[in-house]
Design a protein around this ligand. Sequence first.
Ligand code: ZN
Length: 244
Amino acid sequence: MRYAIVSDIHANLAAFSAVLDHIGHQGGVEKVWCLGDVIGYGPDPNECIEKLRQTDHVWVAGNHDLGAIGKISTNEFNPDAAASCHWTGRQLSSEDVEYIENLPLVIEEGDFTLAHGSPREPIWEYLVSNSIARENFSCFTSQFCLVGHSHVPLVFSHEEDGPYSAGRFSDNVKLILGTSRLIINPGAVGQSRDGDPQASYALYDSQIGIMKLYRVPYDIRVTQDKMVERGLPTRQVARLSQGM
Ligand code: ZN
């Protein structure tokens, strides 16, 4: 089976459409694994939810998904994120709210555990350091774990009774899924924060056991113009082209 792993779409329809086109050009997938934050920050929440729901998918809830429907408080959000979240909430249909309401926080799919932040704290934890990864390896039982939330493509690995290691998940390596346990972040579709403003996602082919990261260019101006039109926070508009 072939899977696309997408995270942090953040209501960026131009980025998500470019990624879906790119997936099509790679021969398509049977299933989309979405690691949460489909909405929040960006200008097109309904369209992104609809596009995802048109695919065969699983979606674990992110903090922005739950913040927008009022299931978690936005007190922990920075002021821009909270403002975007409240705007997003006002755009959602009652059907979307009900759908998000029922999203799982953690889900197991074959050899993979999927969570937005981390398996230990699926909504809030940023899994960005070796020490945090080390603690999280005991919080899931499958061989592999997929997370998003930090918007930075990363791979943490742990050999049984052996060392832990961490590194960037770059787009020019084939990640061979062997015997090591791995925690993998595919980066963000809709709001990169690793200095490269292109969309980021991963493809996994279970037959050959290989995962590959892709960076996909998209028309950032289209999203930025819509954000300005909708009165969304200007700092969030600017950071899209900086990839930070
Ligand atoms: Zn996010």
